[in-house]
Write a protein that binds this ligand. Structure first.
Ligand code: FAD
Ligand code: NAP
Ligand code: SF4
Length: 687
């Protein structure tokens, strides 16, 4: 190690002493306390997926993480996830992953997650302790017979043995979230009357047997981690005493590490979305840790090294699991170690390119802020063959991504924006309660502009003449969008205001409001104007009250089931759309329900099938499903979508200046930051 590297490493170790202290597991050692949590990427089922996964994990190993848990692999066909590990031939394929990871850094451990989806498997032949159809499952599972149960246990053991053969350092068994093992634990899903159901001892027999047999199959010197449902967020879920008794029983059977999980896919409580405060659930792991001898892992909304250090220093856990943050920045740990935390590309918990993809018809996972995630073999920012002088107009997500990638490749980039700060529409988004993490993306891009020597010119509105005089080799227009003004009689009435004026607090709004347009921005505006007090995403107590979580008494599932207590602004709000379908249908798959629930709890009235007729002193005149209706509101906020802002692009075309266009300026329909950043990064990788 050279001196500079050693000094850098010292910075991180001094700043984050807990995070960088090794952990002795007896027969093996973790080099630090950061684990990359399991994520199904979609590569598991793709052609050449194993090779792509090997590169994906190797980048994270190089990035400094202590231990990696792979995405879930089924122990058998019933396990229901497309990827399976049950034969020596499959183990030989997996060797490609373990070999590359261990070659990259022999100190990094990699464990295979064994995931049996049970009733959540997307196949008619799915199995469970009882034939109870999950609310979000497609099929009623087949009840397992005694022989069927024995087969599942022996398949778990075989899968673990195959993982060992494949060169993994261990396995993690997932016993939570509504998958097979957890359905044995909870009475609602386990209605058996034999030795596998009924009393608590019977209900926990299955996981205990699985662990016993897995340990027998792999021997002592193999990491065996188990994910317990520490708080499943179901009203009739696990009692705290049951959680503790399960963890202790597993410990007695030879589990080396207990991982606390805060999730059941059917639960009506958000646990990882952007409205969840950072490290909201680690206090539960902290309570469990006091009652166990083995190390415990905590997780959920831990996305920066400062948070990792706080959690560990508080004694809430021995190891911190970060999953999505490792998509956003594979070098997170290394950057922390070298005191470069301001260079971390932070996960903003949007779910837009990760969970929304994997739950939305099995699309491949990536990351909104890092389109290279899971595309490591396909999208690379290689040094440019010839340095070009490039002008990028617009410092929104598209312009920022383009500039930073082009500059990283060696081009000389000048980035213009008419605004006084970088960010474009992200400067609006970051004002919305629950979207505070968007500040981090802007901090990251700001740092990249500095490091990559980009010439940033703020407060500069660019026109064609200016660009011509500056003689650039390439001009990239990333000028974004202009809000759509719908064709409604009286749209110029003072009651009608644009969402931009509302978010930037440039215009006052009344006590009664109609929002025209219920897309992402309509929802965000509704959130903003019905919100009162501190943002729940910045305060764990407020968040807990809003979602009925009782950390102190830990009732069954950790939730109270009482109506949610939500502080709300004194305002009547109607959120409207022309479509007759349900309002909010276009929101993210894994987060839309939580946004709808919040607004419902605040009394926002969602109205579909609206025809906007006129705005006048009386308010907004409409026909709702054909029936005339006046909404006598004081303010009408227009959130009716957007059109590309192409004035500059058109000027440049007329002037004959060679121009590329990206982001909202290219196409505003269904534009979001995911598409803007992805498109811009890919273009800049080629220039
Ligand atoms: P913009 O962000 O619009 O940036 C364009 C930039 O160009 C601006 O800064 C502008 O000042 C500059 N510009 C224009 N013309 C000139 C000129 N002639 N000279 C110099 N500068 C110029 N997306 C998501 O994916 N997830 C979300 O959760 C999300 N939430 C949002 C919440 C709100 C309230 C809003 C308003 C948007 C949200 N979006 C979200 C959408 C996302 O912000 C946009 O899709 C994204 O910003 C588009 O990026 P862009 O770079 O194409 O354009
Ligand atoms: P949007 O999602 O396309 O929604 C526009 C809304 O306006 C729709 O409800 C639409 O519904 C309505 N509308 C369209 N044309 C209209 C017209 N002529 N008159 C009246 N109403 C009209 O766009 P957006 O809300 O402006 O958001 C912009 C982009 O930012 C979106 O693509 C979104 O993905 C992104 N964004 C994402 C998030 C997020 O949390 N993921 C948050 C904010 C923004 P009807 O046609 O039925 O009326
Ligand atoms: Fe995090 Fe969003 Fe990237 Fe997923 S897509 S890893 S939630 S930033």
């Amino acid at each position: 190690m050279n001196d500079t590297k050693r000094t850098h490493t010292m910075i991180g170790h001094n700043r984050y002493p807990h995070m960088f202290s090794p952990l002795d597991l007896g027969f093996t050692k973790l080099k630090n306390r950061v684990l990359m949590g399991s994520m199904h990427t979609g590569l598991e089922e793709t052609e050449n997926g194993i090779e792509r996964l090997a590169t994906f994990y190797a980048e994270r190993a190089r990035g400094g993480v202590g231990m990696i848990i792979t995405g879930g692999f089924s122990p058998n066909d019933e396990g229901g996830i497309g990827s399976k590990l049950s034969t020596p031939e499959e183990a030989a394929e997996h060797r490609k992953i373990t070999q590359v990871v261990h070659e990259t850094d022999p100190e990094v451990k990699i464990c295979l997650q064994i995931l049996h989806m049970g009733p959540l498997a997307k196949d008619e032949s799915c199995v469970a302790p009882s034939p109870v159809k999950p609310r979000i499952g497609r099929f009623t599972p087949q009840e397992l017979s005694e022989e069927g149960i024995e087969k599942q246990i022996s398949d778990y053991a075989n899968c673990a043995a195959m993982a060992k053969l494949a060169g993994y350092d261990g396995v993690e068994i997932i016993g939570s979230a509504g998958y097979l093992i957890s359905t044995f634990l909870v009475q609602r899903t386990n209605q058996r009357t034999d030795r596998w159901g009924g009393s608590w001892e019977n209900r926990m027999r299955f996981p205990v047997e699985v662990v016993r047999r897995v340990r027998e199959a792999v021997g002592k010197e193999f990491i065996l981690a188990f994910r317990v449902p520490a708080m499943d967020m179901l009203e009739d879920g696990l009692a705290w005493e049951e959680v503790v008794s399960l963890a202790q029983a597993l410990e007695a059977e030879g589990v080396n590490v207990i991982s606390s999980h805060f999730c059941w896919h059917e639960s009506p409580v958000p646990t990882i979305a952007t409205m969840v405060p950072r490290a909201a659930f680690t206090q539960v792991t902290g309570r469990l840790r006091k009652l166990l001898k083995v190390p415990v892992i905590t997780s959920n909304r831990i996305n920066m090294p400062q948070v990792v250090e706080e959690v560990l220093a508080r004694g809430d856990a021995d190891i911190v699991s970060m999953a999505r943050p490792m998509l956003a920045d594979p070098e997170l740990v290394l950057k922390a170690e070298q005191g470069r935390e301001d260079e971390i590309n932070t996960c903003i918990a949007c779910n837009q390119a990760c969970l929304d993809h994997v739950t939305g018809g099995g699309k491949q996972v990536s990351c909104l802020v890092n389109p290279r995630a899971c595309n490591e073999t396909l999208l690379n920012y290689r040094p440019a063959k010839e340095q070009k002088k490039i002008a990028v107009v617009g410092a929104g997500p598209a312009g920022l991504a383009y500039s930073t990638v082009a500059a990283q490749r060696g081009h000389k980039v000048t980035l213009f924006d008419s605004g006084s700060e970088i960010g474009g529409q992200f400067n609006l988004a970051k004002q919305v309660p629950g979207k505070e993490e968007f500040h981090e993306t802007l901090r990251y891009f700001g740092k990249m502009i500095e490091l990559r020597g980009i010439d940033l010119r703020l407060n500069t509105t660019v026109d064609a003449e200016m660009l011509r005089s500056m003689d650039f080799d390439e001009v990239v227009v990333a000028s974004g969008i202009t809000p759509r003004t719908p064709d409604i009689d009286g749209i110029d009435h003072p009651k009608a205001v644009s969402y931009i004026d509302v978010i930037l607090r440039r215009k006052p709004i009344g006590k009664s409001v109609a929002i025209v347009g219920a897309g992402g921005i309509g929802f965000d505006v509704a959130e903003l104007i019905t919100h009162a007090g501190k943002s729940a995403s910045l305060d764990i107590d407020i968040f807990a009250r809003e979602w009925g979580i009782d950390f102190k008494n830990h009732p069954r599932g950790g939730v109270t089931g009482v109506p949610r207590s939500v502080e709300t602004a004194d305002r009547i709000v109607y959120l409207m759309q022309r479509k007759t379908g349900s309002v909010g249908k276009t929101l993210g798959r894994t987060t839309g329900w939580a946004h709808r629930a919040t607004l419902n709890a605040r009394g926002v009235q969602m109205v579909n099938g609206v025809e906007y007729v006129q705005i006048d002193d009386a308010g907004l005149h409409t026909r709702v499903h054909g029936v005339p209706k006046l909404f006598d509101v004081e303010t009408i906020i227009i959130c009716a979508g957007q059109s590309p802002l192409r004035t500059l692009y058109d000027e440049l075309q007329t002037a004959g200046i060679k121009t590329s266009v990206v982001g909202g300026a290219y196409e505003a329909a269904e534009l979001d930051a995911k598409r803007a950043i992805d498109q811009a990064s890919r273009m800049a990788a080629e220039v």
